[in-house]
Ligand binder design. Structure first.
Ligand SMILES: *[C@@H]1O[C@H](CO)[C@@H](O)[C@H](O)[C@H]1NC(C)=O
Ligand SMILES: *[C@@H]1O[C@H](CO)[C@@H](O)[C@H](O)[C@H]1NC(C)=O
Length: 302
């Protein structure tokens, strides 16, 4: 009897405690989830839009467009990157784009995708941003793009094709915008991948400017990562990317500073000017992994 009474009393206390414990966290952390958005505007190639809108948004939230690699999906990349939890803490919106068929590469090779509002993936991605700006009262002066590998190539393409949309970009192991041109949708340019495409800064700058003829405004600040033992996208692409954006910004292409172990171990950060950084990975293959806090710091969101 005594034992039973004690047991019941304990149970009542325990249940009471569980009740309070269950109520508290839901007030502290109301986690949003990655949600697909249909009908976000003109979407000629059928790219897919997934969005993460945190419970606590800034009044005019910044927007970060995040682009996966070939063979990846939005939800898988969302799962391995920290933009969701950082959005919870800092009140920005993350858009995870996804290629029209699961696991495909981004179209960084067709004339359509390499032209401002010219069609294919770049047009669809731009319309995800426009939709989000409107629906959530986004800050049009704080829109950013980042990605890995094919998503890194697309990061440079979006920066070249929509320079008016993005304030800054951070790409992890990609290629200069236009380097992968084949004239076909989702083509593979082995010359570029093998590091056999070399242009002067002026030639790269005119390649970029041809993607949005008549545009005379500023181009996004650019941060480029590449590993020195990358055998998928040749290491020459680092210098070619640096030449491309140096050409756009009018920089000499020679670094004005080299910071060792920056932003992290085995990385050297070269500064070419206020708008361009190249980060060289010592002993990194394909890819140098995303550093979310460094990207968001470069964007000015953190
Ligand atoms: C990149 O350019 C620098 C000089 O600007 C040179 O020292 C380096 O060897 C080049 N890297 C590659 C991979 O060609
Ligand atoms: C990522 O960048 C931050 C600084 O923005 C740095 O503290 C951290 O060490 C970096 N992480 C890696 C793995 O390089």
């Amino acid at each position: 009897m005594h034992f039973q009474g004690y047991f019941l009393a304990t149970l009542v206390v325990l249940l009471g405690w569980l009740g309070t414990a269950a109520a508290a966290p839901s007030e502290l952390v109301k986690r949003a989830s990655l949600t697909q958005v249909q009908n976000f505007g003109n979407n000629p190639s059928g790219v897919k839009m997934f969005i993460y809108v945190p419970a606590k948004l800034q009044a005019k939230p910044p927007i970060v467009l995040v682009l996966h690699a070939c063979q990846w999906t939005a939800s898988r990349f969302f799962g391995t990157t920290k933009y969701g939890q950082l959005a919870d803490q800092h009140g920005f919106i993350a858009i995870y784009g996804q290629t029209p068929t699961d696991g495909a590469c981004w179209d960084v090779s067709s004339t359509q995708s390499l032209t401002h509002d010219g069609g294919s993936d770049s047009t669809g991605l731009a319309n995800m941003v426009r939709y989000t700006l409107q629906k959530y009262n986004g800050d049009a002066s704080r829109v950013f793009v980042t990605g890995e590998s094919s998503g890194a190539m697309m990061t440079q393409v979006m920066s070249a094709v929509y320079p008016d949309m993005f304030a800054a970009a951070s790409e992890f192991s990609g290629e200069p915008a236009g380097c992968f041109y084949t004239g076909t949708v989702r083509g593979w340019n082995s010359q570029c991948a093998n590091g056999q495409v070399s242009k002067s800064p002026a030639e790269w700058a005119s390649t970029v400017r041809a993607m949005y003829p008549g545009y005379s405004g500023q181009y996004p600040r650019m941060q480029v990562y590449h590993g020195d033992v990358d055998n998928i996208l040749n290491i020459n692409s680092f210098n070619e990317s640096v030449k491309e954006w140096s050409g756009i910004f009018g920089y000499s292409g020679k670094p004005t500073a080299a910071l060792n172990n920056n932003p992290g171990p085995r990385l050297t950060k070269y500064i070419y000017g206020d708008r361009l950084q190249g980060i060289w990975g010592h002993g990194f293959g394909h890819v140098v992994p995303t550093n979310e806090t460094e990207a968001l710091t470069w964007f000015g969101v953190l």
